[in-house]
Write a protein that binds this ligand. Structure first.
Ligand SMILES: [Cu+2]
Length: 174
């Protein structure tokens, strides 16, 4: 089969590019430890916040729970335009953990697509109605971290943010 030289070059270039992309994925996943959030659970966005149906229906103060010493679960419900808990600007309690805690976040939306991005960390994931996003992180530095919705979700998207406080327990007991 005759193949024009420039066409062959394009085919070779494309094949080489795919190898480069595959390597970049492998390096990103293995060497840099990038974890993709998997949909943990499929839920019905219309009922997910109903008490008794899922942890997202629990009283907002009880959605952050210690499951073992230093290990926490946080169930955060996103909606236009707040995170519950977390959105202190809209009357929600902040997410509070002692320093050194390992936290597994479970986040879902009860209306439209939102995002969850914790400032100054690599913690970032999309929040979709109907599925629960899950990601685990450890907080070694005390301080207040803000998190924002990074998917445009309507007229008040810019006020959709929350606060995560990592408390310095050593300083408190001194
Ligand atoms: Cu949003």
């Amino acid at each position: 089969m005759h193949m024009d030289r420039s066409e062959r070059n394009y085919v070779l270039f494309t094949a080489a590019l795919m190898i480069v992309f595959a390597l970049a994925l492998a390096i990103g996943g293995v060497a840099n430890g990038i974890k993709l959030p998997a949909p943990e659970l499929i839920v019905d966005p219309r009922t997910v916040a109903t008490p008794g149906v899922s942890p997202f229906g629990d009283p907002v103060e009880e959605r952050v729970r210690e499951i073992a010493p230093g290990k926490y679960e946080a169930y955060i419900l996103a909606e236009a335009w707040k995170f519950s808990p977390g959105s202190t600007g809209q009357g929600q309690p902040p997410l509070t953990f002692p320093v050194g805690s390992t936290v597994t976040f479970y986040v879902t939306s009860k209306d439209i697509q939102h995002g969850f991005k914790l400032e100054n960390t690599n913690l970032s994931f999309m929040v979709l109605p109907g599925q629960v996003s899950k990601l685990t992180a450890t907080f070694d530095k005390p301080g207040t971290y803000n998190f924002v919705c990074y998917e445009f979700c309507g007229s008040a998207h810019h006020i959709m943010y929350g606060e995560l406080v990592v408390e310095d327990t050593n300083a408190a007991s001194r």
